[in-house]
Design a protein around this ligand. Structure first.
Ligand code: 13P
Ligand code: ZN
Length: 276
């Protein structure tokens, strides 16, 4: 029977998700099942591949997501390995729609082995809500365990101003890529609503949030933008880890950071410069 529906495995959003998970795996950021990705789909685009009435099962959310009622998300599965996503998207990924009362996720596709969305779905959905409140075009949330960012957590003060300032100093383009800086949460138990609420609170002012001694969250309008934010922090953290034990001979000065931000016209956290 021809349903007129396109093959979902050819959908650009599935391909992009697969490619991103593979890239993150190969960069060493997402060992085993580490990390998770959620992408809010355009409803019109999703309808080309999915029957909106074709609900496979419902999965309780455990928190109130009514602000996202009816929204459709492509999300990595809990316990699923990033290295396997590309070879078997239908087992390792799922597409869910938030129920009208915001209490459940309606599974439209995926989690073929009976699985469910990432244990960090509270942090993802709450971050989506927070980002959408300040940027209606936000669509992506990525959580990852990038190696040098994590290493830096053990040897650098976990203070938002100090950490952001150090990262800005590590590569000339950092202040242009993340002028809003990096938010920091203390170590907290992961997979809970509490860490989700704390992450979302930070996401009102930052597109990047460090989970101390665990990893990082990034949010953005596209997969490229969000991946690029985390990639830029990770690069800066790598430079830090390569140089912090050596005598510092040269550095990018505050006046130069200011010059960069002004030249590229970005609204940066002026209070994160050293002198303030
Ligand atoms: P999931 O396998 O549930 O996505 O968890 C991975 C992770 O990174 C927890 O923080
Ligand atoms: Zn994690």
């Amino acid at each position: 029977m021809d349903t007129g529906m396109k093959n979902i495995l050819t959908a650009p959003f599935i391909k992009e998700m697969c490619k991103t998970a593979s890239n993150m795996y190969r960069l060493g950021w997402d060992e085993r099942n580490g990390g998770n990705i959620s992408l809010m789909l355009d409803e019109g685009e999703a309808a080309e591949y999915l029957d909106p009435e074709g609900k496979l099962r419902t999965i309780p959310l455990g928190f109130d997501a009514s602000a996202l009622a009816g929204k459709i998300f492509l999300v990595t599965g809990t316990g699923k390995y990033f290295k396997n996503v590309e070879a078997d998207p239908e087992t390792n990924l799922g597409i869910v729609r938030i129920s009208p009362d915001g209490k459940e996720a309606q599974l439209l596709w995926g989690y073929k082995d009976g699985g469910k969305f990432t244990s960090e779905f509270p942090a993802h959905l709450m971050s989506h809500m927070a980002r959408l409140s300040v940027d209606p075009k936000n669509r992506v949330v990525i959580h990852s365990h990038p190696t040098h960012t994590l290493a830096m957590n053990y040897v650098h003060e976990l203070d938002e101003k100090k950490l952001t300032h150090t990262l800005w100093e590590m590569c000339t383009e950092c202040i242009v890529v993340f002028p809003d800086g990096v938010g920091v949460l203390p170590w907290m138990l992961c997979g809970t609503n509490s860490i989700g609420e704390a992450t979302a609170e930070k996401m009102k002012q930052f597109r990047l949030v460090i989970w101390a001694m665990h990893g990082i969250y990034g949010a953005g309008r596209t997969m490229d933008e969000t991946f690029g934010l985390i990639e830029t922090v990770e690069k800066a953290a790598q430079i830090y880890m390569l140089t912090s034990h050596l005598p510092r001979i040269n550095t990018i000065r505050d006046g130069q950071l200011k010059e960069l931000a002004e030249f590229f016209g970005v609204d940066y956290r002026k209070d994160f410069l050293e002198s303030t």
